[in-house]
Ligand binder design. Structure first.
Ligand code: ADP
Ligand code: GN1
Ligand code: MG
Length: 372
């Protein structure tokens, strides 16, 4: 956390309509983007109530007002569905707590944007896949998310980061970072740069199919890492999808692919020993099965056929984003050690190469579930 950016946390905390008196406040979670804090309040009867306070990263999300409008609208919609299905609306979706003056967020006197969510109690957040069953549950949950929002009017959502998963645009940004080479790091990562440049043709595949009307535009989450799902502590079932900053119109491949990139890898996103990083085909299968079940038959045959390309492109795209950030001086993703973004880029490229080696098997798996 940058000290200066969060200097106004005390000013921010008191703006929200939280109940009770504040007894604890500490940094929380492992996100790469926002600054997240846990707030614990004590009620007059001694019981505790917890909240999540976040300083939104407004260098990345340029229009926090529109972003919060998306989140409030989508979570209100989901909340109604959860209520009508007899679920637990305070735990199965994020809930925005308004400011005392009824706003969705607070802008402090330094210009930082803050928001408050109900803390989702009795959950666990997994930083890596611990069992095939967890991964299957996460797949069903992301599929369900897709299905629940299938009739949501996508055109009313703001694009919180333009061209977020538009891989050709990401490729151009990557080329620019190589060309500018602001920190003189390009010479030391030649092999990685060449790996990325050699795959330029792939970057157009999904966006061309979308433009040709062969893939449908949907409401997608766009950041479906495993740690953006909370699991119920006692049942260990996927309970709530969080981190809705990038909910926007997109392709189902973005959600499917990003989950595979993160969860079906045998290594962590920043593993230094690349011999430990591979695509686990059995996890790929488990996720494909769960995601398609969760989507409830809504994906078209063409969408299903292209799922392996979604996995490969999301992994590749994340790799070029990490590498571009390494070249630009680590200005986007939070890093915790020197070369962190380079390590991350290397795992992504290792995974891409392994997907290419396992391509026929990936295709066979999606075919198998297409015909069910
Ligand atoms: P980032 O965009 O930085 O990844 P997230 O919104 O994903 O930020 O939040 C970071 C972490 O905080 C999550 O991975 C999760 O562990 C925790 N978290 C976020 N919102 C909640 C919530 N409402 N209840 C409980 N934990 C939460
Ligand atoms: C960021 O916010 P977080 O940590 O869930 C990033 C994703 C990347 C991911 C890589 C808004 O996700 O796009 O895939 O890091 N989010 C944004 O770990 O850029
Ligand atoms: Mg997150």
């Amino acid at each position: 956390m940058e000290k200066t950016a969060c200097a106004k946390i005390e000013e921010a905390v008191v703006q929200f309509a939280a109940e009770g008196s504040l007894v604890e406040r500490r940094p929380y979670g492992n996100g790469h983007i926002n600054d997240t804090f846990l707030l614990v309040y004590e009620m007059p009867d001694g019981t505790k109530k917890q909240y999540i306070l976040q300083r939104m990263n407004h260098e990345i999300f340029r229009n926090p007002q529109q972003l919060m409008e998306n989140i409030v609208n989508v979570t209100t919609y989901l909340r109604e569905m959860i209520v009508s299905q007899g679920g637990e609306p305070d735990r199965e979706t994020l809930n925005v707590v308004k400011t005392r003056s009824g706003e969705n967020y607070y802008q402090d006197s330094d210009g930082n944007y803050w928001r408050l969510f109900l803390f989702i109690e009795r959950t666990i957040c997994l930083e890596k896949v611990e069992s095939a069953e967890d991964f299957y549950d996460s797949a069903v949950a992301f599929g369900n998310f897709q299905r629940m929002l299938a009739d949501y009017p996508a055109e009313t959502l703001h694009e919180t980061i333009p061209n977020f998963h538009h891989t050709p645009s990401r490729f151009l940004a990557f080329q620019r970072a190589v060309r500018e080479d602001k920190l003189g790091r390009a010479a030391s990562v030649k092999a990685e740069i060449e790996f990325a440049l050699a795959r330029e043709k792939d970057t157009f595949v999904l966006t061309d199919l979308l433009a040709a009307g062969q893939l449908p535009l949907r409401v997608t989450h766009n950041d479906t890492k495993l740690n953006n799902i909370l699991f119920d502590e006692s049942s260990r079932k996927a309970l709530c999808i969080i981190d809705l900053d990038t909910v926007m119109p997109g392709l189902s491949h973005y959600d499917f692919g990003d989950s595979i990139r993160f969860g079906a890898s045998t290594g962590e996103e920043d593993e230094k020993d690349l011999s430990r990083v591979e695509l686990d085909l059995s996890l790929f299968e488990v996720f494909t099965k769960g995601y398609l079940e969760g989507c409830g038959g809504r994906l078209t045959d063409k969408e299903i056929e292209m799922l392996p390309m979604g996995a490969k492109l999301m992994t590749y795209e994340c790799g070029i984003r990490f590498l571009a950030d390494h070249l630009e001086g680590d200005v986007y993703f939070k890093i915790h050690r020197d070369g962190h973004n380079l390590d991350r880029a290397r795992t992504q490229f290792k995974l891409v190469a392994d997907m290419e080696a396992k391509w026929d098997a990936m295709r066979a798996i999606t075919e198998k579930y297409k015909n069910r």
